[in-house]
Design a protein around this ligand. Structure first.
Ligand code: MGD
Ligand code: MGD
Ligand code: MO
Length: 765
């Protein structure tokens, strides 16, 4: 192996980065992680039920199962790791908390915390105490209810949701929160695909992707921008392989040559395990961070010019005239686009841009896929709107093999939104909810994640409750967020595993241990099942089969119902007790409140479930303010690199699930045994006077609205030469979240800008 070297001070080893994803190592890693955490019997059981019709939905990503074609092993290495983490036999119970004080646990790494195992008992940290102690569920519910009732206004409470929560739990959670009287519902989506939802709602009238797996399989051109599917959506690679076999051309747009995009071996096929793999991407556009909007506008200009040369042959004039609004303004704007700026912004040659435009022009069925590389940018909303513009010009939506494909993160993040987890649900939803339950939902919009942090920091919110997730580690500006949470009178975490958010707490803190996706859920004398919605609007059942970590765990549904009963008393208009014992009743209510869920219980029991309506996809209908698909005009934004500075993106390694660190290796990028690394171009390394392996602090520089320059420091990172564009560097999240200023957010979506932080390096003294 070439380029292999070990840094002498510690154990980080950097090897020549792997050029293919999956293959035999993936199979071996899945099995090893399973055995370590679950033992052989539980591993076999868990992996046999994963993503099967009678089993549970993978708690990993939101990539869909291929309808009608489920394989026996419908999962990937990282899905298997997610299951091993949840179904582990390791336990964190009262003895653990008696043995470890909060201050001692705060010294541990996130990796260590996650490795301790499943939480087993409700625990409380009373004011001034150093250790969590057990309490009963009833005591926990009474404590929260008393604290909530003591607030001057319901708006002084904040209720977070992470995207693993089932549809049923999410629906009841928002019902409880709105019955209580607030819309303060930040969720992980605020930090994830909020820019996609905002951009798509304005342009096509619905914040969800318009394509399904069969569309990808019959597209002739697929653009994949700002996404690393080899690590984060590995099952997508099998679909892309099939698309390629059917003749699709695939263009990867990314600052990094990600392994899965460049070469892939399908671990579910013998030739994939043993053979040399296939190249997924036909073209790799190594774009500079933040250059995508300029690229899409440059491509649009070339498409328009081709139309000028051969009028009537390139644009879909029928579609534009009959279904769209704003084309003339858009075209006038695009004709002014300066191609020199596009070259500077993207770092691509004019020739590459021309060839990409030719591919678009030749295509009859184009799909654009994207993820965090586009959404977590100041101009994330505008970038996605310019991707939509490019598709609309050629009528590439609402027909087979064409459309928009935002690839979601958490396995039910899309479903949670559908269920009403949003701080600004539309009036139609609130009215239907009020009619169904005899409540009066508040109409005032609530706070998203960033605004919730501001409110807690400033003493405007006092109670924080989280349904899953790891708020303090996932949000930006770690020091500010920590101070905000410590400012609360009560913090409540409904969780499966120990994490940092249990250690950075309010005056009183609660941990409520819940069942996870893999666990058997027995309520009211029967096995309950929940539902989830994947990235392509398919709703299906999920039922865990494994014995829970302890007899004290409750399902998220039962936890919400228990708390609601304590909060509202026995005479409340919502029948919380009945819901807790029969999830079919929750689904009956959902069917009456949310469009598209008619006959929910019957339809979700069909094999593979059912598809939710999507007007642009189904009938080229656009429920926007104009009633048409909207072209949008956006001034181009891009990110010149200031002198002596670098633009940092924060991303996932191959061995983590968001803030949960599975291990210290990033196999595909050739890093082993450590995470505090900075991937940097060799030219910058030399230019800034460093050597590979040097230790540096990363110092972010942010010009605050009042003109002052704020600095934030992340200490002690190793420099790793890597093929990232000059001026652009990369490091892992969540170690770098403290560098992201709270006010550095995407225009229009308020999403923290985690992919473009201006930093300088300082040598470790
Ligand atoms: N195993 C595993 N699976 C996961 C997760 C996990 O942590 N682990 N997380 C889940 C979640 S919640 C989500 S949201 C998804 C995240 O899935 P991804 O969005 O794939 O995750 P990131 O690691 O943030 O990768 C961002 C990608 O965008 C590229 N990028 C960065 N800046 C730019 C840019 O300016 N332009 C372009 N074109 N590209 C850019 C990066 O090089 C990287 O390849 O994955 C989900 N699935
Ligand atoms: N710098 C930077 N920051 C980022 C990102 C980035 O790319 N860069 N990405 C952002 C994105 S895309 C996202 S989605 C967020 C993720 O933010 P979150 O969703 O808040 O974080 P996770 O790490 O996914 O949450 C992990 C915790 O969830 C709990 N958990 C797991 N399964 C269950 C369950 O079934 N029920 C319950 N109740 N709890 C469960 C466990 O206790 C575990 O410790 O982070 C965001 N933050
Ligand atoms: Mo996400």
């Amino acid at each position: 192996m070439t380029d292999r070297y070990t840094f002498d001070e510690d154990d980080v080893v950097v090897t020549h980065e792997k050029s293919y994803a999956a293959g035999l190592p993936a199979v071996l890693v899945s099995l090893r992680r399973g055995w370590e955490q679950m033992g052989p019997v539980r591993t076999a059981r868990a992996l046999l039920e994963l993503n099967q019709r009678n089993g549970f939905d993978c708690p990993g990503c939101a990539w869909p199962e291929t309808p009608g074609h489920r394989k026996h092993a419908e999962f990937c290495e990282n899905g298997a790791k997610a299951v091993a983490e949840e179904a582990t036999k390791r336990r964190v119970g009262p003895e653990f908390f008696a043995a470890h004080s909060i201050s001692e646990l705060l010294e541990k790494t996130d990796y260590w915390l996650g490795q301790q195992g499943r939480l087993t008992h409700p625990m409380v940290l009373r004011p001034g105490r150093t250790h969590y102690a057990p309490l009963s569920w009833d005591e926990a519910f009474a404590l929260i209810a008393a604290e909530l009732r003591g607030l001057d206004s319901p708006d002084e409470a904040v209720f977070y949701t992470s995207g693993r929560t089932s549809n049923e739990a999410a629906f009841l959670y928002q019902l409880m929160i709105r019955s209580f009287g607030t819309n303060n519902m930040p969720d992980c989506s605020n930090m994830c695909h909020e820019s996609s939802g905002t951009a798509l709602t304005e342009t096509i009238g619905i914040g969800k992707g318009s394509v399904s797996v069969p569309d990808l399989e019959c597209a002739d051109l697929i653009l994949i921008a700002g996404q690393n599917p080899g690590t984060n959506h590995p099952r997508m690679l099998s679909v892309l392989e099939k698309a390629k076999a059917n003749g699709a051309r695939i263009i990867a747009i990314n600052p990094l040559p990600e392994a899965g995009l460049l070469r892939f071996k399908d671990p579910q096929k013998v030739h994939g395990v043993l053979g040399s793999g296939v190249a997924i991407a036909d073209d790799f556009l190594q774009i500079r961070i933040g250059g995508d909007q300029a690229l899409f506008q440059g491509l649009a200009r070339l498409v328009l010019e081709a139309e000028d040369r051969a009028p009537g042959s390139i644009l879909d004039r029928d579609f534009i005239d009959s279904a769209c609004a704003g084309f003339d303004e858009y075209a006038a704007h695009i004709r002014q686009v300066d191609l020199d700026t596009v070259v500077a912004a993207t770092g691509l040659t004019l020739d590459r841009i021309h060839r990409t435009a030719e591919a678009l022009i030749a295509s009859q069925r184009t799909i654009i896929c994207w993820a965090m590389g586009l959404t977590q940018q100041t101009h994330g909303v505008a970038t996605i709107q310019d991707a939509v513009n490019l598709l609309l010009m050629r009528g590439m939506i609402g027909k087979p093999g064409a459309g928009v494909c935002p690839v979601r993160g958490h396995s039910n993040v899309q479903g949670d939104r559908t269920m009403g987890i949003w701080e600004k649900m539309p009036e139609s939803f609130l009215a239907a909810l009020d009619t169904e339950f005899g409540i009066t939902s508040p109409r005032k919009h609530g706070w998203d994640a960033v605004d919730s942090i501001r409110a807690m920091r400033d003493g405007r919110a006092h109670v924080f409750m989280a349904m899953g997730g790891n708020f303090v580690a996932a949000t930006p500006d770690t020091e500010t967020t920590e101070a905000a949470l410590r400012n609360c009178s009560l913090t409540v975490q409904v969780s499966t595993k120990l994490n940092r958010s249990h250690l950075v707490h309010g005056r009183t803190a609660l941990i409520l241990p819940s069942l996870g996706r893999t666990d058997k859920d027995l309520r009211g004398g029967k096995k309950q099942q929940v539902t989830v919605e994947d990235s392509m609007s398919m709703v299906h059942l999920s039922r865990g089969g494994l014995a829970p970590a302890s007899g004290h765990l409750r399902s998220e549904v039962a936890i919400v119902c228990g708390l609601a009963q304590a909060l509202f008393g026995p005479d409340h208009s919502v029948s919380w007790t009945r819901f807790a014992d029969d999830y079919d009743l929750i689904r009956d209510s959902i069917a009456r409140v949310i469009p598209g869920f008619k006959d929910f219980n019957a339809r979700v029991r069909q094999p593979d479930g059912f598809e939710l309506p999507h007007p642009p996809r189904d009938e080229r209908r656009f429920e926007t303010v104009t009633g048409r698909a909207n072209f949008t005009v956006n001034a181009v934004t891009w990110l010149p690199v200031p002198e002596g500075r670098l633009i940092l993106q924060t991303m996932r390694s191959h061995d983590q699930y968001n803030t949960t660190v599975y291990g210290l290796d990033d196999r595909y990028r050739g890093v082993k045994g450590g995470r505090r690394v900075l991937f940097i171009n060799a030219t910058d390394l030399v230019g800034l006077g460093y050597n590979a392996g040097d230790r540096v602090d990363l110092v972010s520089e942010w010009c605050a609205p009042d003109g002052s320059v704020e600095e934030r420091r992340a200490k002690d990172f190793r420099l790793v030469p890597y093929p990232t564009p000059v001026g652009n560097v990369a490091a892992y999240y969540p170690e770098t979240n403290l560098l992201v200023p709270l006010d550095h957010v995407a225009r229009g979506s308020n999403t923290p800008v985690s992919k473009a932080i201006t930093i300088r390096l300082e040598r470790q003294s």
